[in-house]
Design a protein around this ligand. Structure first.
Ligand SMILES: Cc1cc2nc3c(=O)[nH]c(=O)nc-3n(C[C@H](O)[C@H](O)[C@H](O)COP(=O)(O)OP(=O)(O)OC[C@H]3O[C@@H](n4cnc5c(N)ncnc54)[C@H](O)[C@@H]3O)c2cc1C
Length: 414
């Protein structure tokens, strides 16, 4: 077996798979090491609701056959109110999508080793030159990339990332049939991705129903175990308990039954990255982490970071044949901050503020969204401060004071 490559990637998720696609298409020798077995791939890592948008599908050439359902709108819901935004999207079958990335990069020459659990960097003269996997197996590369999501075995050992426990967001989801998708008294969720702000169901987070056709949908929730979660959480309730509670109490699920084997769970860290590379090494995707903190859009962001890393490899190994020193890989961090997640710091602050608000404020928030024009909302979503300010009212002052106090005392996400 070849044991020396231009690039070794740990992890065949959206970030690693896309990075391998771009590198193989540019003619590099690339190998991807994936901990799961090929027969079952992806099983444990089949974690995502996989709601996405046309910009992702078009820019990465994703075929229609990995789409479960095209959607026409994004609905935001609060305990007693909702807001509908007409916006085309797609709910992917995440497992098919991951397998597509593998097959497509293989067609261009990328190699995959399944059943290959990466454990540690191989170091020479203080630089990473390869990785060990499955205990004592080794593979070497000019550049090594950690794309293992929150596991981050290489990035952690190299001291490149410091994923903090307090910033750990967890999520769970089941797929159901028999859902009343257009129930009177609620928004029509036909062909919609719905996100619900309601601390009774997802304390310090949000829950969702993504329509997957007919009377079926993906139903889940996620939260960060932060101060907001502590304030609203029930004693002894696990994340599974919250989902069961929602399904038992919301009339839309009265006749719903869970689809066997269709359960997904996973996690990501919601925090601002510091550096993402060192000599001969880059961390991509949720190893960084790259997921958008506000609504958890991770697939596109993580693929973009994979693409930025591939461009960085190219700039070193092809154009100038530059040594992939930390200095020469710095362009990756620049691309990440400029193109992948340009407003991450502001979006982290918006996230913290959003999940601090009480349920009554969420009801009012839906009315505010209807009141404001689309340009203001788009600017607010991009982190534009004057646009965000238009979402606040005098009665928000106590909440803003609490936010300021928490920022001063905890520096929570950063
Ligand atoms: C419940 C839930 C719902 C979500 N919904 C959405 C959504 O609707 N839309 C959206 O855009 N995003 C969503 N996300 C986020 C999105 O799924 C992630 O941001 C994205 O999958 C991260 O991609 P990644 O490639 O960085 O890491 P991952 O997807 O975590 O992939 C990492 C890969 O590395 C492998 N691996 C792990 N450890 C090792 C090791 N030691 N050695 C070798 N391989 C290893 C894993 O098996 C896996 O294949 C959701 C996430 C969760 C948890």
């Amino acid at each position: 077996m070849n044991n020396r490559y231009d690039v070794v990637i740990a992890g065949a998720g959206p970030a690693g798979g896309q990075c391998a696609r771009d590198l193989a298409a540019r003619g590099y020798d690339v190998v991807v090491l994936e901990t799961e077995s090929e027969d079952e791939f992806p099983r444990q890592s089949n974690k995502s609701t996989a709601g996405t948008f046309p910009s992702m599908m078009a820019s990465f050439g994703i075929p229609d056959d990995v789409v479960m359902q095209y959607t026409d709108s994004v609905v935001l819901e609060s305990p007693t109110n909702h807001y509908v935004n007409e916006q085309p999207g797609a709910v992917l079958e995440f497992a098919d999508f991951k397998r597509f990335l593998v097959e497509d990069s293989r067609a261009d020459g990328a190699e995959y080793r399944f059943d290959a659990r990466v454990t540690a960097p191989i170091m020479e003269n203080g630089e990473i030159v390869g990785v060990t996997y499955n205990g004592d197996e080794e593979v070497y590369g000019e550049i090594i990339i950690d794309a293992t999501g929150p596991a981050a075995p290489l990035a952690k050992k190299l001291g490149v990332v410091d994923l903090k426990r307090k910033n750990h967001a967890i999520g769970i989801e089941y797929e159901f049939e028999g859902i009343d998708i257009d129930r009177p008294g609620f928004a029509d969720l036909t062909d919609a991705m719905m996100l619900r702000l309601d601390h009774n169901i997802a304390p310090g987070g949000y829950s969702w129903i993504f329509h997957t056709g007919g009377d079926t949908a993906k139903v889940g929730l996620c939260y960060i175990q932060n101060s907001s979660h502590d304030q609203y959480a029930r004693d002894d309730f696990s994340i599974d308990d919250y989902l069961s509670y929602w399904v038992e109490t919301d009339p839309r699920f009265r006749n719903a039954t869970r689809l066997e084997g269709k359960q997904h769970r996973g996690s990501a860290h919601i925090q601002l990255p510091e550096t993402m590379h060192t000599d001969r090494f880059m961390a991509i995707g949720d190893t960084v982490p790259t997921i958008d903190p506000l609504w958890g859009e991770g697939i596109k962001k993580c693929m973009q970071s994979g693409r930025a890393a591939a461009a960085t490899v190219d700039s070193c190994l092809k154009h100038g044949n530059l040594e992939p020193t930390a200095e020469n890989l710095e362009v990756y961090d620049t691309l990440w901050h400029r193109d992948v997640a340009p407003n991450q710091r502001k979006r982290l602050l918006m996230t913290q503020l959003l999940y601090l608000a009480p349920n009554e404020r969420y009801d009012q928030f839906m009315a505010d969204l209807r009141r404001l024009d689309n340009d203001t909302l788009a600017n607010a979503n991009r982190g534009n401060i004057p646009a965000i300010a238009r979402l606040f009212e005098p009665s928000d002052i106590p909440m803003l004071a609490k936010f300021a106090k928490e920022r001063l005392s905890l520096d929570s996400f950063l």
